[in-house]
Design a protein. Structure first.
Length: 322
């Protein structure tokens, strides 16, 4: 403890000296830096790469003392590095997400699918607590899907998030006025009631995104007919057993089982399990960097919902939001 105080005191002294000498920038914290490979277990020449996608799917950057690249940028960086490593023979994507924005979910799906096409290595999706809506959408790029016995998945569909602050503004005596070039330019505004025609326009956009979701599921689950998929895609969630019975996933098992499946599909009897991390991240087993991350509704409140409320713009989401 005395050593901690001593180090803190030295840092404060350096900051004061820098300020007195006319310096106004003090870089006490190093930037995150590029991702680095970390070995978690196993032996052999071949590698099974474990990637982690946890939290609400969004392109929003992560704030903090050390700024971190957003989820899309990180995933792209990891896949780019993996594409240059010939020793990576299989990939396991660990998903723990209720979904997120339509575009961000589609980009992750596109990047994983593109990687699989170029590298031609087996890709396994391993679902954790939740892999719903956009999380399930992403899994459609994998060759096989495993869920934990207690996983919640499904929620195939689209939701548009918006707010109506008109009543609140009236209570505080504030009136918002928009001058537009056309009657639909401010549709979705939180400052007025949505008309029936505007609701229909939004519904047509949602229907388009919904059909895109159905097409992705059809490509990822060719064992299901379009009619079966549409019946399953009414927004409901499924337990692991229910999802397997419906044909939405392949097997029920743990993360270890997903790694073993990846090795088997790659023709490996022995393999090193590796992941990617940035400087300062402690990773020593296959569950590192998963628990303690923002996921579920807590992550939504901290991320997309608050940004939507501040901006006032409707958000189209592949998201399970009970």
């Amino acid at each position: 403890m005395h050593r901690v105080y001593a180090i803190f005191g030295q840092l404060c002294l350096l900051a004061v000296i820098s300020l007195q000498s006319g310096c106004i920038t003090v870089n006490l914290i190093e930037p995150a830096g590029p991702v680095q490979e970390v070995q978690l277990s196993g032996t052999g020449d071949g590698k099974v790469l474990l990637l982690d996608l946890s939290g609400v799917i969004s392109s929003q950057d992560k704030d903090g003392l050390v700024p971190q690249p957003n989820m899309l940028a990180t995933f792209k960086e990891e896949l780019t590095r993996a594409s240059k490593d010939d020793k990576i023979k299989a990939v396991v994507v660990r998903i723990n997400s209720p979904g997120g924005t339509v575009t961000a979910s589609d980009i992750l799906y596109h990047e994983l699918r593109d990687f699989k096409t170029k590298r031609k290595v087996p890709v396994i999706a391993s679902m954790m607590d939740v892999a719903a809506s956009g999380g399930y959408y992403l899994a459609m790029a994998a060759d096989s899907i495993l869920v934990h016995p207690s996983t919640v998945t499904g929620s195939i569909g689209v939701i548009m998030l918006t707010v109506n602050a008109r009543g609140l503004l009236e209570k505080v005596g504030v009136e918002a006025t928009a001058i537009t070039s056309g009657p639909r330019k401010d549709m979705g505004s939180p400052f007025r009631v949505m008309t029936a025609e505007e609701r229909g326009i939004f519904q047509s956009v949602i229907d388009s995104f919904y059909h895109r979701f159905l097409d992705v599921v059809q490509e990822g689950r060719p064992n299901l007919s379009p009619d079966q998929i549409k019946k399953l895609a009414d927004g409901r969630i499924y337990s692991g057993d229910q999802a397997k019975a419906a044909g939405l996933i392949d097997e029920i098992g743990y993360l270890d089982d997903a790694i073993e499946m990846a090795k088997k599909k790659a023709g490996l009897t022995e393999a090193r399990v590796v992941t990617y991390g940035r400087r300062g991240a402690y990773q020593n087993n296959i569950y590192s960097r998963l628990f303690g991350t923002s996921s579920g509704i807590t992550g939504l409140v901290n991320l997309d919902l608050m940004s939507m409320v501040r901006g006032g713009t409707p958000q189209f989401m592949y998201l399970w939001m009970p």
